[in-house]
Design a protein around this ligand. Structure first.
Ligand SMILES: *Cc1c(COP(=O)(O)O)cnc(C)c1O
Length: 404
């Protein structure tokens, strides 16, 4: 018996017990305490386009979206999402039956898994994985089966044989992410074609997280490794739930406007879960994002070019500081290997110890990629830096990293 009168049973249920605290909270607190530059958490330090902010203000003033919007999302936004998928990818979706607006991509992921996964079903996810995947699979009672991306020739690569071997009769769903956070890998047409073939062969559902679809960079030779939605491959539209987010595309992460495009049956299933999570969210912001999605191509190009310059600035700085840099093809994250810094400076290649010491040593905060792995040892030497920050902030970080 303890003298305290609080409940004696562990409070957090078994499904969530392993997700008690996140590294982001610890590292962001460390950044505040030490005055370090926070390249840990991936949010932009400038807001998206002024005219989109104004559109939100206008919607709010005009009383559009201040009360519960329709469950599937406001028609203006659903129409704009469908037009965006058609214009960019030639994918045609019916705004009324095949588009669902969610409270960010996070809710789209959670609702998809809660709707489609039976307890005991296996869900294959690329490792390292975005942190909400593991928790959402757990909430749905699924078993996560990670397939590890490994560095090869400067890029983190998916081993297609390993993916094939990971599929069992209990596999229900592939949870993909391209462009991939945290490695910056953009799956190629060939890789996606193989994944599509496998999904059709083994009758799998696929949930693809494509929130970085507009953050794909031009290569040295001037070619852009285009983002290709998995839903464009033969047999895939029928079994794929595609997820997008205005937070990443337009730099309004606080607005929490995300969406799902899929078949009427899959959208209805996801909506069944979604309606009991938030029911609806972000009313006035939905109208603003409808306008954002219709911005001219030049907007998307300029965002991409701006980010590419930032990627190159931080990549060069990290390389000069002694890191091995996996230059990302997409997203706004750079994954590095700390081992080339040497045994003592890299804390024996232990990314956790390295990131805990980095604010004091160099005044910069980064995230140890190990938190994105089940196989922690696989991720141990990798550390992630975000470059969605103002150029002068990145230049300052690069300067500070010279202290290493
Ligand atoms: C940021 C992020 C999300 C979450 O997006 P929200 O729209 O903010 O909920 C989902 N997936 C990946 C890979 C992300 O990086």
């Amino acid at each position: 018996m303890t003298p305290s009168s609080g409940p004696s049973r562990p409070l957090l249920n078994r499904r969530l017990a392993e997700f008690g605290t996140t590294i982001f909270a610890e590292m962001s607190a460390l950044a505040v305490r030490t005055g370090a530059i926070n390249l840990g958490q991936g949010f932009p330090d400038t807001d998206g386009p002024e005219e989109v902010r104004e559109a939100a203000v206008r919607a709010l003033r005009d009383g559009r979206g201040n009360q519960y919007p329709p469950g599937p999302g406001v028609p203006e936004l659903r129409t704009a999402i469908a037009a965006h998928q058609l214009r960019n990818y030639g994918l045609s979706y019916d705004p009324d039956r095949e588009v669902l607006v969610t409270a960010g991509a996070t809710e789209a992921i959670a609702a998809s898994l809660l709707a489609l996964v039976e307890p005991g079903d296996e869900v294959i996810a690329l490792e390292p994985y975005y942190d909400s995947y593991a928790a959402s699979i757990a909430l749905a009672g699924g078993t996560r089966v990670p397939v590890t991306l490994r560095p090869r020739e400067g890029r983190f690569v998916l081993d297609l044989d390993e993916l094939r071997d990971a599929v069992t009769p209990r596999t229900r769903l592939l949870l993909l992410n391209t462009p991939h956070n945290p490695t910056g890998t953009v799956l190629s047409r060939e890789e996606l074609a193989e994944i599509a073939k496998l999904a059709v062969e083994r009758d799998l559902l696929v949930v693809t997280d494509e929130v970085y679809e507009h953050q794909v960079f031009t290569d040295e030779n001037g070619t852009t490794p285009a983002h290709i939605p998995l839903a464009t491959f033969p047999g895939m539209r029928e079994r794929t739930v595609t997820i997008g987010s205005a937070g990443k595309t337009f730099s309004f992460t606080g607005w929490k406007v995300g969406w799902v495009t899929s078949t009427p049956e899959l959208v209805t299933a996801v909506r069944s879960a979604k309606q009991y999570l938030t029911f609806v969210a972000s009313g006035p912001f939905q109208y603003a994002i409808a306008e954002a999605l219709a911005l001219p191509e030049s907007y998307f190009t300029s965002v991409r070019e701006d980010l590419r310059a930032k990627r190159d600035l931080l990549s060069a700085g990290l390389t000069a500081a002694g890191f091995e840099v996996y230059r990302p093809q997409g997203t706004y994250f750079i994954t590095t290997d700390i081992r080339p810094l040497g045994d003592s400076r890299s804390h024996g290649g232990d990314g956790f110890a390295f990131c805990r010491a980095l604010p004091e040593r160099a005044g910069v905060v980064a995230i140890p990629n190990a938190v994105f792995y089940d196989h922690r040892e696989e991720g141990a030497p990798f550390v992630r830096f975000a470059f969605c920050k103002r150029t002068e902030v990145l230049a300052d970080a690069v300067d500070r990293l010279k202290a290493l």
